[in-house]
Design a protein around this ligand. Structure first.
Ligand SMILES: [Zn+2]
Length: 693
């Protein structure tokens, strides 16, 4: 009999939430229950501990409470993002404040802090596995960043700031969603000139959904992008552009204006950083990141801008030439997508409309699964599950017949859903007594939904986004760390977190991969070679201007977070204007209020960290370079990447993890090559600063 042998192994569990039973009352009840359990544990935490073993046992108990709390809160915060209603928004807002309070108490808990220190200093520490050790070290660092050393009024003030910041971020994000949804414009037939049938179908479908006839323009990303790319009516493009870039600003509906919120957020962040002994918030933010200093990051970005400037200027000349063909004497921001599409058509014979029928979502998804199955030796199968929306499938990941993880795909734009795309690690891998809790992720997009009776057809840009989020998903799901604080993306330095995601994007540019992820939705035909060649030829199109744009956002983010005293809303605009002066090649509209909907930094985790995309792109490019040398589908290289980067989560620091995979420091050459720029290997300041980190 095999019983004893089998039962001595930890049992893996995957017990999914039943979304059909999760009404707002139940959600509220669950999270309050989990919170009460966690609160009780910290309230009863002993002042004096007898030894490190006792400390460790109590820390494990608290991890279990944290695990439950993260999941109950995770469902609320997920539904608040994808199925936003007045009721869920209320629950979210109420719980947010209580949670903020709890996490402040936790982060400043002297007894708990001492317990961690006691474990770290004890002989028992060396007996812990690397994930457990890393979790202890990171926790001790984080206690300092959450004000464990504060006393009296400063301690109280930290708590107040923390709670208020949570509230402000949530309101900021609600304003963006509300301002986006509040705007719409019925279109007459002449305004549809230039739009392909599929885009007209989308706008007609939107009209129908809003109980209107004809076609309707909204600021949902697929609709906005269709008009900006195709509408011949320049005036219409400007109207859309203006509406989009003034969302949630003083130039739009005043009830959604984020001006005061931004100002208050920056002031409070500055005050918090000062309380904790930092010069400014950017310094505080970098204390838990891979990058060594604010100056080094700024220099990294400026060096990158230098590399991108010459290509960007050439791209601008190309746009200007195209503009004159269309009777436009001065290129404006609402012309760029339109002109770019025309150039791609003429110069590269590349039409997104011809391309899209080859990328039905179902084919792309199964091709994507096929790629990671070959790379990592896993299998992915769709399974029945209770979900929050009928268009959401659930999948299980298994390896050698054993289930190891699960994830949901919520890919299409719809009303009540926040913009953008993201992965959220709803449940982490964790060892709980004699069982392994398996990781679960939500992956969310805002892709063009199915129109009429056709399946959803994706653009190549949407493909890139899907692969990007799936890269984050793999990081969360293929973790082998069994401690919640370092499993998956947890505990990973934020500026390295975009490595696995940007790394996955490279497969969307490979001809073998493209043959796996393309098949005409009506004919059994993969992407024809003319279209494939056109797509690959246009790969480096406008990479200079795109890089400058990312650098502009990243520098703006660093500058507003390193200016002391914190800038008011007028000064925020001035700082943005200065960065644009310094970086951009194409002037933007004076009314552009991009900052008012910059949720990444005002409502997400990217404050003084937006540079992470570019920072991690050096790592992602260089990691992919090894696949280019050894074969894109080389299973050994795939396993090595999985083992060195994906499996370890936050249990190995990011630079070491990278070096474990590449066998050397990061280098810049691959990034330059992947942008289509000259390799200037002798002068390498960008990689130097990443390598020094
Ligand atoms: Zn990402």
């Amino acid at each position: 009999m095999m019983n004893t042998a089998v039962s001595s192994l930890p049992v893996a569990t995957i017990d999914l939430p039943d979304f059909s039973q999760l009404g707002v009352d139940k959600l509220r009840q669950n999270v309050h229950h989990a919170l009460a359990q966690a609160q009780q544990q910290i309230a009863e935490f002993p002042e004096q501990l007898s030894d490190a073993q006792q400390a460790l046992a109590l820390i494990f108990e608290l991890d279990h409470a944290e695990n439950q709390l993260q999941q109950d809160w995770g469902v609320i915060s997920h539904l608040n993002a994808v199925n936003n209603t007045a009721e869920i928004r209320q629950v979210y807002q109420d719980v947010l404040l209580v949670l903020s309070d709890y996490y402040t108490q936790l982060g400043q808990h002297q007894g708990l802090y001492q317990a961690y220190q006691m474990v770290q200093a004890s002989p028992a520490f060396t007996g812990l596995n690397p994930a457990q050790q890393a979790a202890i070290n990171l926790a001790i660092r984080d206690f300092k960043l959450t004000g464990v050393a504060l006393e009296g009024a400063a301690k109280t003030r930290y708590g107040e700031i923390s709670a208020r910041l949570s509230e402000l971020s949530s309101t900021f994000s609600n304003h963006v969603l509300d301002a986006t949804q509040a705007w719409q414009m019925p279109l007459d037939d002449s305004q549809l000139n230039g739009l392909p049938d599929s885009s007209i179908g989308l706008l007609q479908q939107l009209a129908e959904q809003h109980q209107q006839s004809g076609a309707l323009a909204t600021l949902d990303f697929p609709a906005y992008l269709a008009i900006m790319t195709y509408a011949d009516d320049r005036n219409l493009r400007e109207i859309l552009y203006r509406a989009y870039v003034t969302r949630a600003s003083e130039l739009g509906d005043s009830q959604f204006d984020n001006s005061d919120l931004m100002q208050e957020i920056l002031q409070l962040r500055q005050e918090m950083a000062a309380l904790l002994g930092f010069e400014n918030y950017a310094e505080y933010s970098l204390a838990s990141k891979m990058a060594p200093s604010v100056d080094e990051v700024k220099q990294f970005l400026l060096d990158l801008a230098d590399k991108a400037r010459a290509p960007a200027q050439k791209e601008l000349v190309q746009l200007e030439q195209e503009a004159s063909v269309h009777g436009i004497d001065q290129v404006a921001p609402w012309d760029t997508a339109y002109l770019a599409e025309k150039i791609k058509l003429r110069e590269y014979k590349l039409s997104q409309e011809q391309l899209k029928p080859y990328f039905p979502a179902s084919v792309v998804i199964s091709g994507l699964f096929h790629i990671v199955e070959r790379l990592y030796g896993i299998q992915i199968v769709e399974k029945q599950a209770s979900v929050w929306h009928p268009n959401v499938p659930y999948y299980e990941v298994s390896e050698q017949g054993e289930v190891i993880a699960g994830f949901y795909f919520d890919l299409f734009a719809r009303s009540g859903k926040r913009g953008g795309a993201w992965m959220s690690g709803f449940r982490s891998r964790m060892k709980i007594r004699n069982a392994i809790q398996l990781p679960i992720a939500f992956m969310v997009g805002n892709f063009t939904p199915p129109v009429g009776n056709k399946p959803a057809l994706l653009s190549h840009d949407e493909l890139i986004t899907l692969f990007h989020e799936f890269g984050h998903g793999m990081h969360h799901l293929l973790t082998e760390a069994e401690v919640i604080h370092v499993a998956g993306t947890h505990g990973v330095a934020w500026d390295a977190v975009e490595l696995p995601s940007q790394f996955m994007e490279f497969w969307t540019w490979d001809s073998e991969a493209l043959s796996l992820i393309s098949r005409h939705f009506e004919r059994d035909e993969t992407l024809p070679s003319e279209l494939l060649n056109a797509l690959l030829a246009a790969r480096y199109f406008q990479t200079g201007m795109q890089t400058l744009r990312q650098v502009e956002f990243a520098l703006f983010d660093l500058n507003i977070h390193s200016t002391v005293p914190a800038p008011n809303s007028l000064q925020i605009q001035q700082i943005l204007n200065e960065v644009r002066q310094q970086v951009a090649v194409l002037p933007t509209a004076a009314y552009n209020r991009f900052q008012h909907s910059f949720s990444h930094i005002f409502a997400g985790g990217y404050a003084a960290g937006y540079y992470s995309y570019k920072w991690a792109e050096v790592l992602a490019s260089d990691a992919f370079d090894r696949f280019e040398q050894e074969g894109l589908f080389n299973a050994d290289t795939g396993k090595a990447f999985r083992k060195a980067i994906l499996a370890v989560g936050g249990s190995v620091d990011a630079l070491t993890a990278f070096k474990n995979f590449r066998g050397r420091e990061p280098q810049l050459a691959a990034l330059l090559r992947h942008n289509g720029w000259d390799d200037d290997a002798n002068r390498n300041p960008v990689a130097d600063s990443v390598a020094k980190a």
